[in-house]
Write a protein that binds this ligand. Sequence first.
Ligand code: MN3
Length: 204
Amino acid sequence: MAFTLEALPYGLEALEPHLSARTLDFHRNKHQQGYLNTLNTLTEGTSLQQETLEDLIPKAFKDPAQKAIFNNAAQVWNHSFYWNSLKPGGGGDPADGPLKKALLQKFGSIGTFGDLFKKAALGQFGSGWAWLVLSSTGDLEIVTTSNAELPLLQGQKALLTCDVWEHAYYLDYQNRRVDYAQIFLDHLINWSFVEENFLAGGGR
Ligand code: MN3
């Protein structure tokens, strides 16, 4: 069975004015759909299509012959995780609870977390992703990855991601990644998704 995409958790216009329907349409229906189609072509007629992305991605990463499969599988997963990291009316402070407590413990304030996350997003040279993760020792960390790479490869549990490939923001913000990163923090983060991941990863 071929790989498929889950439905977007909101409509194409739902994140306006922060991310336009045009951006979401291209990003979802051209970029992510393109990765999915390529992944299905590359794995057609093989047992790889029986696997979950979470199983396939680390194995393909270790095999130089499966570089293209890795890239496309990881980009499908990363984008699905990104859609869930966003919501209309999101951003700002998380609700009181275990995640907020852990963020305050680690970073001192949500503002400091935001400054460091933005700095990481801006510091990722070229294409990639900024993440909040739970490390293998249960510590909150801000990390970045290049191109299609993702925290799973380092044994980290992804909690939140911001796509910093230019296609994520160019139509709305052109070269101004800094404006996009600020909007992400102020208006887009789906904190309840982040907290779900935190608790599922054993965070407390
Ligand atoms: Mn993207």
